[in-house]
Design a protein around this ligand. Structure first.
Ligand code: RB5
Length: 141
């Protein structure tokens, strides 16, 4: 599985922690920035990462901004993207099992690193259940 990661300045530090974690776990990923805590505009990063997932160049994406909200709103404007902004492991699992979310967004100013990494693991390890959920996802599309 290939992942794409992106953040703004508000999510930069959390993105760096997620990168370390994914490296330890052996995941392949591309980090498209931002690469510092200097202020940037989250829509540019959310859209760029979403386009990589929508094009099939990455299987899934993980986004971080201050709240996880703005960058997920931007990503969800790209056709084919279902980005879930979550702050708990139950929602992370459900976003995969029921919604087939192909992007996850997290708030660097909302969740601590420990919880964020648990959310990432739960999200990456949960499969879409299909069936009636596929019909509903089709209706979103
Ligand atoms: C940046 O200050 C902040 O607005 C951004 O990271 C994010 O929280 C927006 O939703």
């Amino acid at each position: 599985m290939k992942l794409v990661l992106a953040s703004d300045h508000g999510g930069y530090e959390l993105k760096e922690e997620i990168k370390k974690h994914l490296t330890e776990k052996g995941y392949e990923f591309e980090d498209i920035g931002t690469h510092s805590t200097e202020s940037v505009d989250y829509p540019e990063y959310g859209r760029a990462a979403a386009e990589i997932v929508a094009s099939g160049k990455a299987d899934k994406g993980i986004l971080c901004c201050g709240t996880g909200i703005g960058i997920s709103l931007a990503a969800n404007k790209v056709k084919g993207i279902r980005c879930a902004n979550v702050s708990d492991t139950f929602s992370a699992k459900m976003s995969r099992a029921h919604n087939n979310a192909n992007m996850l967004s997290l708030g660097g100013r909302v969740v601590g690193v420990g919880l964020a990494l648990e959310i990432v693991d739960a999200w990456l390890e949960t499969e879409f259940e299909g069936g009636r959920h596929q019909r509903r996802v089709d209706k979103i599309e």
